[in-house]
Design a protein around this ligand. Structure first.
Ligand code: NDP
Ligand code: F7E
Length: 325
């Protein structure tokens, strides 16, 4: 039975960003939401993805499913990161085109930009230099996703768009001790150090790299915002060969300072030390989000408040033994 409402597929709805996009769409938008867990639909399977799109008659896709991880995971499992991400993007974007999906939003990452790009990095810095080695395979797959959206727009007139999130954090993150990103890793490490009265907490790398962090609620709001821009407005602010939009917080912080902020938020009183044998990754990757800001969008959650609320949720999940990772 058709309801006349937009049928929206949120790919990756059990992940941190997809989950928040689903919550915001459910709360604020009168749409039909379509979801599949990874077990129900493996997006790396071309035939399964094509069958799914043929059956479901989707109008819009949020492509938030991906193989995701921090610096260690990217550096340790490069084949999984390039293969799975290329397959997911190729299958979903092509099947969307074959079944006449009107609009699609692909989520990339700020690591698409060259390691030594001028800061802050505007959208046109893409493909202007060498990538950071620790995440080059993942970045190449994300660049392919942007170029697929552009190619289907150029050849078939498809309205397929891309947003580039900066480093994200928030409820639903992955707290794995090694494979996660820095914020969930440190929330867990400082929390456990507090519980065990450990004299110090060790931070990977030198503490000097800088990162820009955005709360997942702001990211989901930006994704829905960009998806719902009229084609005329989207096209006015982008170009055929540079169609993606940066989604950043607007300022960055050194990892050493982030660690001290997390010590404060978690109430840990011991020392903070650094392990320079672990990789630093990109020295800095602050994005220029002027394109997005020019539409009037801005983030709402400041870093310290976002860390504090995320820590409260993590602590409750940790106590119940249900924190992810
Ligand atoms: N988190 C961050 O800091 C950043 C994230 N991004 C991008 O944002 C998007 C969302 O990331 P985030 O929410 O953090 O990631 P998560 O790992 O939290 O979520 C990804 C989701 O994709 C699903 N998935 C992975 N592979 C498949 C597959 N083969 N078939 C079906 N489902 C699959 C996962 O399911 P399962 O867990 O069952 O495998 C999971 O639910 C991604 O594109 C990511 O690259 C970009 C920049 C920063
Ligand atoms: C989102 C982004 O995520 C990855 O890139 P990254 O920005 O390097 O992300 P990260 O969060 O893992 O590290 C940020 C910084 O923090 C330092 N750091 C300290 N201590 C810990 C720690 O305990 N864990 C982690 N993970 N990092 C730590 C770490 O050494 C680095 O200097 C890529 O997957 C990339 O592809 C991508 O898109």
């Amino acid at each position: 039975m058709t309801t006349g409402k937009q049928r929206i597929f949120v790919a990756g709805h059990r992940g941190m960003v997809g989950g928040e996009i689903l919550r915001q769409l459910t709360a604020d938008h009168d749409v039909d939401l379509v979801t599949r867990t990874h077990a129900e639909l493996d997006l790396t399977s071309q035939s399964a993805v094509q069958d799914f799109f043929a059956e479901e008659k989707i109008d819009q896709v949020y492509l938030a499913a991906a193989k995701v991880g921090g610096i260690h995971a990217n550096n340790t499992y490069p084949a999984e990161f390039i293969y799975q991400n290329l397959m997911i993007e190729a299958n979903v974007i092509h099947a969307a085109h074959l079944t006449d999906v009107q609009r699609l939003l692909f989520l990339g990452s700020s690591c698409i930009y060259p390691r030594d790009a001028q800061q802050p990095m505007a959208e046109d810095a893409l493909l202007s230099g060498y990538l950071e080695a620790t995440n080059e395979p993942y970045a190449i797959a994300k660049i392919a996703g942007i170029k697929m959206c552009e190619s289907y727009a150029r050849q078939y007139g498809r309205d397929y768009r891309s947003v580039m999130p900066t480093n994200l954090y928030g409820p639903g993150d992955n707290y794995h001790p090694e494979n996660s990103h820095v914020i969930p890793a440190l929330l867990r490490r400082f929390h456990e150090a507090k519980l065990t009265d450990a004299p110090f907490v060790q931070i990977w790398g030198t503490g000097t790299p800088c990162r820009e962090f955005l709360h997942v609620s702001d990211m989901a709001r930006a994704s829905i915002y960009v998806m719902n821009l009229s084609p005329e407005i989207y096209q006015t602010h982008t170009s055929e060969m540079c169609s993606h939009i940066n989604v950043g917080y607007g300022s960055d912080i050194a990892i050493g300072d982030l660690a001290r902020l997390i010590a404060k938020v978690t109430g840990y009183q011991g020392d903070v030390t650094f392990d320079p044998t672990k990789p630093d990754g990109t020295p800095r990757k602050l994005m220029d989000s002027t394109r997005l800001r020019s539409f009037g969008w801005k983030p709402e959650i400041d870093l310290e408040a976002g860390l504090a609320s995320t820590y409260e949720i993590f602590r409750a999940e940790y106590d119940q033994g249900v924190a992810k990772g």
